[in-house]
Design a protein around this ligand. Structure first.
Ligand SMILES: C[S@@+](CC[C@H](N)C(=O)[O-])C[C@H]1O[C@@H](n2cnc3c(N)ncnc32)[C@H](O)[C@@H]1O
Length: 360
């Protein structure tokens, strides 16, 4: 028996996607399409971020480390490097309160989470898309796989950590109050509360609350009226004027939860007519996401007219949701075949919406 140590198994550098249904295509003659408030481009999103309007919401559905498409990695260990330049660009272009929805497997997300956190994205919540038992339908031999069958994906919510003068909001708020020279407890008087202002808005730990606009206004007005005149203006982002209500409001990411929705989304995988297929019935893209889930997160975190980014377009499900909900969107896809089918889908949706509007 040989005692020689086997060579360490190198991480695979394969990037050819598995199970591609349709052959590759030459690049499109026109590498972009726009309509219905959406603009999508053929090519690498890294080359386009700087040309897009700043995002209110980013919907990331990129590499999973499973060779899910050409260019995906063969394992989760390579995902941090795969995402790093995208995450850097998202942080550079984000607004103070942009929301990021990061789709992935559990291990894919776990691998990329530190990259996101380091780049200023604050973790909010992990949502589990439970596809249900129908997703495996008896096709799995647990004696062979030696684990519980996986029927879920994650859609993890992050928000850009708003900063003023380089400090996170909670640090900045307390710093501004300290600058006034007033005792902390006068913040309660400013807000007309017994102790909630100090306890919530000036707390430096996990009990910190974002002051609602009315409370921010009271803090800022009180500080500017009673604080040390030498330090004025207080609660100012530009050093000239205290922040306006609208400016303060824009430091908080939007979120509204539809009644009854929790962080577990029971919803079967795409079936039948929900999936885009060729005339012969073949799924065009194996990773197409449900339109209803994309619509859910867009509606929860943005208003009509807001800007959505879909950097890993596939069949542009988020852009379709943007058209249907009256948002503006920018997307990219670097596979010519998916781009063509995605554009056909967008064009059809934009046309339907135009017709529906004309009839109403
Ligand atoms: C997981 S799929 C997205 C599926 C999409 N959410 C849908 O519902 O159809 C990822 C897609 O991103 C594309 N992609 C990967 N890296 C890209 C990049 N840097 N720029 C543009 N597209 C990219 C891949 O070709 C693939 O089609």
């Amino acid at each position: 028996m040989s005692t020689a140590k086997p060579p360490a198994r190198a991480a695979s550098t394969r990037t050819v996607g598995r199970g591609r249904a349709l052959p590759e295509e030459p690049p499109p003659r026109r590498p972009w399409w726009s309509g219905g408030g959406v603009k999508v481009v053929f090519g690498d999103s890294l080359n386009h971020y700087d040309k897009w309007d700043a995002p209110d919401v980013i919907l990331s559905d990129g590499g999973y480390g499973v060779l899910g498409f050409d260019g995906d990695t063969a394992g989760h260990a390579q995902l941090p490097d795969w995402y790093a330049p995208h995450v850097a660009a998202w942080s550079r272009r984000a607004k103070p309160a942009t929301t990021l929805w990061f789709w992935n497997s559990e291990i894919g997300w776990a691998a990329v989470h530190p990259v996101l956190e380091r780049a200023g994205w604050r973790y909010v919540n992990a949502n589990v898309w439970n596809k249900g038992k129908g997703h495996i339908a008896g096709n799995i031999n647990t004696r062979t796989i030696r684990r519980f069958p996986v029927v879920s994906e994650l859609c993890v919510q992050y928000v850009m950590q708003a900063r003023i003068d380089g400090a996170p909001l909670k640090v900045w708020l307390r710093r501004e109050w300290r600058r006034t020279g007033l005792p902390l407890k006068r913040a309660n008087e400013a807000c007309g509360v017994r102790d909630a202002a100090v306890r919530k808005y000036l707390d430096q730990g996990h009990l910190w609350y974002w002051p609602p606009v009315e409370m921010f206004r009271r803090l800022a007005d009180y500080a500017n009226a009673h604080g040390d005149p030498a330090g004025r203006p207080y609660f100012s982002a530009d050093g000239e004027w205290p922040m306006s209500d609208a400016e303060w409001s824009a430091t908080r990411a939007k979120f509204r939860c539809p009644h009854g929705v929790t962080n577990v989304w029971d919803r079967p995988a795409l079936r039948g007519r929900q999936r885009l297929t060729t005339a012969a019935g073949k799924a065009i893209h194996l990773n197409q996401k449900p339109l209803d889930l994309m619509t859910r997160v867009i509606e929860a975190s943005s208003d009509p007219g807001d800007v959505i980014w879909e950097p890993f377009g596939g069949l542009f499900t988020a852009c379709v949701a943007a058209i249907e909900t009256g948002r503006r969107a920018f997307g990219a896809e670097r596979d010519a075949c998916y781009f063509r089918h995605g554009v056909d889908r967008l064009r059809a949706r934009a046309k339907q919406r135009r017709r529906a509007r004309a009839q109403s």
